[in-house]
Design a protein around this ligand. Structure first.
Ligand code: ATP
Ligand code: MG
Length: 575
């Protein structure tokens, strides 16, 4: 989707949608509410139907929040159904990852795990039923010929020469397709509908194709597999789905969805509704492209912290609550749009600001020696764990004569408006003391390697009895206590807001600076063995999440996000 073809949801347009989830309404919830009120349905049953051919991404999260959210709000149930009809691309690894991701997002489907493959026998019987009623036939045309005969948007299609086979011949050939008598692609089963229909989906769509491939669940029991169109609605009917919610590209398939349900003796009649899929700037939400990124080694894997996959954003440190809040903010509509990624980041920051413990970490350390502090002495200062959350308490952080601060918190010759440390200037070290820079130590190249400072013992805890207040407060670490750490900084995986729109291969748009690895960082002792997956705020720097690559001697942190909320700023500007 290009920048011109869609509305970009941003600051100005989104303000009114930032209502709390409880007071939310949208066209789908309105439909469900009225179906319940009118008695068309007694209990709402929705489903989330992933194809296990890749990992879930943030677009799927929108669909998950929608399907599970509606079921929960209206006292119904939501099924998890694996749409596993293409064994050549599907794997158990994906089935497992999908379940882990949905559970992490905070949704529970109880024992309602289903697989389209569980319905293969029933679907086969229904295909036979259609053949017997003269509504399906075996076609010998090749895939290419079928495409040719199908016609175009402006020209009707042509009937296949095999369209009028006898019922007996069709039954026999279909049985032999199942028995494995023919190679891949040799014949297909098609619905006999209308080759001149204005809707191409109704021009005798393929119901079954031959594919000799081992299925993750049914093994080699089958060598013919149903198409999405033939499987989806009937699976919904078997499960008693009332509202089958999918993305807009299936709108033109709805007449076919209904055609199968009308022409088969199904146990219930679900209805399909479509909504606009999520598109995000700087992001690609297509499993096919995400798989290429993984296969071509442009990222560390499906769970690379730059990936828009659920497992990627989890590793990056995004909390599930932030993702759910984002889904509520964007709402659902029937018009295609592109959402600014800053809005997702805003929702994540909002959660983390409330929940992430504050810690000290120094990404680019420079040494500070407090000349008037006793050599060898160590004291522990109490630092609040979260100023937004008084109940979060405090922790004791060691302070000593030799400290480390951020290199760019000092300037030898500061410009106006630089209020941090400079020669002769006093600053506050958070929760500790005021210090003043006295002398700059340089190496042979003229680089600053150490700052000689003094502290004011009367400012313990970070305030002065005479009420003077330095303009800057810095984070710091005691050098002998500081724990070496690796920190990985992340930026958008695609530098362009609309990757792949310039006629280039989309992978050429990957941002070469999307990951920066820093190996000389230090963190406070409480983070020596961090809880993997826990996100903390390094004060003044951003949110950071302990990565599974951490070792007992070297913790690794992913920068989840910086502190700067670009979306809130954009919004303030346009308000
Ligand atoms: P992709 O296009 O990434 O390959 P898909 O549609 O093939 O995704 P499925 O596993 O079939 O992936 O999707 C499961 C469900 O998630 C479907 O109902 C689909 O409509 C929905 N979904 C997929 N992508 C998005 C998206 N970007 N926004 C909202 N819903 C989505
Ligand atoms: Mg799909």
């Amino acid at each position: 989707m290009g920048p011109r073809s869609a509305v970009v949801l941003s600051s100005a347009t989104m303000d009114k949608n930032s209502t709390p989830p409880s007071s939310r309404s949208d066209f789908l919830r309105d439909i469900v509410a009225s179906d319940l009120a009118s008695g068309r349905v007694r209990e709402v049953v929705t489903r989330f139907p992933p194809e296990p051919n890749g990992y879930l991404h943030i677009g799927h999260a929108k669909s998950i929040c929608l399907n599970f959210g509606i079921a929960a709000e209206f006292g119904g149930t939501c099924h998890l159904r694996f749409d596993d009809t293409n064994p050549s691309k599907e794997e158990q690894e994906y089935i497992d990852a999908i379940q882990a991701d949905i559970a992490w997002l905070g949704f529970d489907w109880g024992d309602k795990t289903y697989y389209t493959s569980d319905y293969f026998e029933q679907l086969y019987d229904w295909a036979v039923y259609l053949i017997k009623h003269g509504k399906a036939y075996v076609d010998d045309l090749s895939a290419e010929e079928i495409r040719e005969y199908r016609g175009t948007l402006t020209e009707p299609g042509r009937n296949s020469p095999w369209r009028d086979r006898s019922t007996e011949e069709n039954l026999d050939l279909f049985e032999r397709m199942r028995a494995g008598d023919f190679p891949d692609g040799y014949r297909v089963l098609r619905a006999k509908i209308d080759m001149s229909s204005g809707n191409i989906n109704l021009r005798d769509p393929v119901m079954y194709r031959i594919l000799h491939s081992t299925h993750p669940r049914t093994g080699d029991a089958w060598c013919i597999y149903p198409s999405y169109d033939f499987a989806h609605g009937q699976s919904d009917a078997i499960e008693g789905i009332t509202h089958s919610i999918c993305t807009l590209e299936f709108q033109d398939h709805r007449p076919l969805y209904d055609w199968f349900l009308t022409n088969l003796p199904v146990p219930s009649v679900p209805r399909q509704y479509e909504f606009a899929r999520l598109n995000l700037t700087h992001t690609v939400l297509s499993k096919r492209v995400l798989l290429r990124l993984v296969k071509e080694g442009l990222v560390r894997g499906w769970d690379d912290p730059r990936m828009p996959t659920i497992s990627g954003i989890r590793r990056r440190g995004f909390p599930a609550q932030g993702v759910r809040d984002f889904a509520a903010m964007i709402g659902v509509a029937r018009a295609d749009s592109v959402v600014e990624i800053e809005m997702l980041e805003h929702a994540v920051r909002d959660t983390l600001n409330r929940t992430a413990p504050r810690r000290f970490g120094v990404l680019d350390p420079i040494r500070v020696v407090i000349e008037n502090y006793r050599e060898g002495a160590v004291e522990y200062v109490d630092v609040p764990n979260n100023p937004e959350e008084p109940d979060a308490g405090t922790r004791a952080v060691p302070f000593s004569r030799e400290l480390l601060i951020e290199r760019d918190d000092f300037m030898e010759d500061p410009p106006e408006k630089f209020y941090r440390l400079a020669p002769g200037r006093e600053v506050r070290l958070r929760s500790a003391y005021f210090i003043t820079a006295r002398q700059v130590v340089k190496n042979a190249h003229g680089d600053v390697v150490e700052l000689r400072c003094t502290y004011d013992p009367a400012t313990k805890g970070g305030s002065a009895p005479d009420g003077r207040r330095p303009r800057a407060t810095l984070h710091w670490l005691s050098a002998p206590h500081a724990v070496p750490a690796e920190v990985r900084l992340y930026d958008h995986l695609f530098a362009s807001p609309y990757p792949g729109t310039g006629g280039r291969d989309i992978l050429e748009d990957v941002n070469p600076r999307s990951e920066t690895v820093l190996r000389t960082c230090v963190v406070e002792p409480s983070l020596a063995q961090p809880v993997v997956g826990q996100t903390v705020q390094f004060e003044r720097l951003g949110y950071f999440c302990a990565d599974p690559d951490s070792t007992p001697t070297m913790p690794v942190f992913n920068r989840t996000l910086t502190l700067k909320d670009t979306w809130a700023k954009l919004r303030a500007k346009t308000a």
